[in-house]
Design a protein around this ligand. Structure first.
Ligand SMILES: Nc1nc2c(ncn2[C@@H]2O[C@H](COP(=O)(O)OP(=O)(O)OP(=O)(O)O)[C@@H](O)[C@H]2O)c(=O)[nH]1
Length: 366
């Protein structure tokens, strides 16, 4: 891929333009400053003849500019760049700690590292990285006597305050991660489930259907049946009993359907008073028996909500490996339509081979 503008990259990354633009600019500016400072520090250490202390600082000018350059080249590159920076910071920190931990001044850098991980990796991953590095630092401090009993013994309170910075950062990350996952779950539920009936909404429902179909394509013996269920004369219920009564009917019907289907089956509200039921791993006979139970249950659970009994017409069919979602639902729709035109309150079912269409009258199996 050729070099993108930040705007294109942000769009490709599917994150907010503003967020990615700010983050990449921040990392670019920080890298320029970091390279200048690191070169200066390396030069000063070399002036004092301490080449081994110049090494950690020299790593940054060597690796950071190519990382920034790499980050501008697409989604994977951006993510790889962030992780690359985190690895660079970790190596520098561990190397730096190994050569300068008995220098009190070196400790002023410590609180910066946990925050760097939050910035680079986000709260969730920073939590893990900070925990691992904190464990390494503690082990290093406890196991290597030259660090804490060297010529300039490292004051424990200073080391403790560096660890405190890690702990604080981890606590804040944990809190933020919990909050974000809570809102993420809520947003997912709002975007996936219909607020009135609690059934899955059309788009996510069709995605699930696509996945189930792909599974049957891989293992045709597993099978998949779908039932398209449409309430009969629903407009009349609305007109005669009121829109609120119509809503109550939808709620009760959806609850009854959900209560009756197996775990692993799906209930999708395609729109209005039309529901799609997915029966993965079920043969036509099993799905027919289940649909018959559902059809019979609907007038029972809606008794008293409407002046006339509430019924449903169902088109039931089996997925034929290789066909499209449109073909499968089109066939289910035709069968449901056939059930409507032959008297309603019935199931119209295609046999397993798809050759014939049988009509199941109420209380009968087709
Ligand atoms: N109360 C309520 N009504 C809805 C909702 N969504 C759609 N509707 C109504 O559902 C009715 C559907 O009517 P039609 O598509 O004519 O179907 P029908 O009256 O059930 O007729 P058939 O399908 O032929 O049995 C319309 O009057 C819509 O306004 C909803 O969320 N709540």
């Amino acid at each position: 891929m050729t070099r993108n503008s930040i705007h294109d990259l942000a769009r490709e990354l599917n994150e907010s333009d503003e967020f990615v633009r700010t983050k990449i600019r921040f990392i670019t500016i920080a890298t320029v400053i970091g390279v200048v400072v690191a070169l200066l520090m390396s030069y000063l250490e070399l002036q004092h003849g301490a080449w081994f202390r110049a090494l950690p600082a020299a790593l940054f000018p060597l690796f950071a500019p190519p990382l920034v350059f790499h980050m501008y080249h697409g989604r994977r590159a951006y993510q790889q760049g962030l992780v690359g920076f985190a690895v660079l910071v970790a190596i520098q920190q561990i190397l730096g700690a190994a050569v300068t931990l008995n220098d009190v001044e070196a400790l002023i850098w410590f609180p910066i590292f946990p925050l760097t991980y939050v910035l680079l990796l986000g709260h969730e991953r920073a939590l893990r990285w900070n925990a691992v590095i904190m464990v390494f630092l503690c082990l290093g401090y406890a196991l290597f006597p030259q660090i804490n009993h060297g010529l300039n013994p490292l004051p424990l309170p200073l080391f403790g305050s560096a660890l405190l910075a890690y702990a604080m950062s981890m606590l804040l990350s944990w809190q933020s991660h919990r909050e974000l996952s809570y809102y993420h779950r809520r947003l997912y539920a709002q975007a996936s489930y219909d607020a009135l009936t609690g059934a899955m909404m059309r788009e996510p429902g069709l995605e699930v259907l696509g996945r189930q179909m792909a599974q049957v394509d891989r293992r045709p013996e597993s099978g998949l049946c779908v039932a398209l269920l449409d309430l009969d004369d629903f407009k009349r219920i609305n007109d005669e009993d009121g829109h609120l009564a119509g809503d109550r009917v939808l709620v009760e019907v959806a609850a009854a359907l959900r209560g009756q289907i197996r775990q692993g089956d799906y209930l999708v509200r395609l729109g209005g008073e039309e529901f799609l039921l997915l029966f993965p791993g079920m043969g036509t006979d099993g799905a027919h028996g289940m649909s018959e139970q559902l059809r019979a249950r609907i007038p029972e659970v809606t008794t008293g909500l409407s002046a006339r009994p509430v019924t449903a017409s169902i088109g039931l069919t089996r997925y034929r490996p290789g066909e499209s979602v449109g073909q499968l639902l089109g066939r289910a729709d035709e069968l449901m339509y056939a059930a409507k035109t032959t008297g309603k309150n019935r199931i119209c079912c295609e046999d397993a081979g798809g050759a014939e269409v049988g009509f199941a009258l109420p209380g009968q199996t087709g």
